[in-house]
Design a binder for this molecule. Structure first.
Ligand code: SF4
Length: 266
């Protein structure tokens, strides 16, 4: 309650004093909120470049893959760089099993660029017709064999740029051949590796190239040579396209994919 003094000036001062603080007026020092004590601010963990995970988490993922599967290998059957190149070209939009069913017979009669070129497109088409988009692949492989003979002395080139000039050879195929045939630390991004990289938050990207470049930056050097095999195998057998088997996944505590699949009720 406001008591009046009877003095009009004093009454006015009293009204001013009790007016609530507003606008730019400063609060009394005692009423100001205390600033957060130094050192208590919650720091966001620094993420690996391009990733949604920290570098420690990225390292941990590959350390676990390495512990469980120290020597991952391609599941394609091949005997040398040329037969590997042919098998990888054939595996585009097809399963490794379907390629492996056709290639032993094919490589028996046409396991070199010279023999494949001599075999001819029609004969090759007959040999690979159980594999997806076989007509295109037959045409490309005959042209590829001829180009290897004409420009590379029948040898598979060891650079990505050269490989990508061959018919039917894209960046993924080139990376797989460089990695598996020549031991280079390249990372081929197929549909499985692409899915795992995105779901986990390891290397999110809209294109395989984006994913590959991020992985190239963040995968520790000691794991790089095997990285694409681990990602492919993990995607093929655990982090499956339709229903990922999160309940038996060795990286589920790191993976950012939210709707984790629970174990099936037995
Ligand atoms: S937890 Fe599930 S989604 Fe994540 S990597 Fe493992 S299987 Fe894939």
């Amino acid at each position: 309650m406001i008591r009046k003094s009877g003095n009009r000036f004093s009454d006015k001062i009293m009204r001013l004093k009790i007016r609530p603080l507003s606008g730019n007026r400063q609060e009394p020092v005692a009423d100001r909120p205390k600033s957060r004590p130094r050192g208590k601010a919650k720091r966001r963990p620094k993420l690996a470049p391009g990733s949604r995970l920290t570098q420690a988490q990225v390292d941990d993922i590959f350390a676990r893959f390495a512990a469980v599967h120290p020597h991952p290998k391609t599941e394609l059957k091949y005997t040398d760089p040329f037969t590997l190149l042919v098998a990888v070209v054939l595996s585009a939009q097809a399963t490794d099993q379907s390629v492996n069913r056709a290639t032993p017979d094919l490589f028996r009669i046409a396991g070199t660029p010279e023999k494949l070129a001599t075999l001819g497109e029609q004969e090759l088409t007959d040999k690979i017709k159980t594999i997806g988009i076989y007509r295109n692949k037959a045409r490309n492989l005959i042209a590829l064999a001829k180009k290897l003979i004409a420009e590379h002395g029948g040898k598979v080139p060891e650079t990505r740029e050269m490989l990508m000039t061959l018919p039917g050879v894209g960046r993924k195929t080139a990376n797989v051949v460089l990695n598996t045939a020549f031991g280079q630390p390249t990372i081929g991004i197929d549909t499985h590796a692409f899915r795992v990289a995105n779901r986990t938050g390891l290397a999110p990207g809209k294109t395989p190239l984006e994913v590959e470049l991020t992985l190239d930056r963040i995968v520790p050097a000691r794991y790089k040579h095997n990285a694409h095999h681990w990602l492919i195998l993990h995607g093929r057998y655990v982090c499956k396209a339709r229903v990922p088997e999160c309940w038996r996944c060795i990286i589920s505590d790191i993976c950012l994919y939210k709707p984790k699949t629970p174990a099936p009720v037995t």
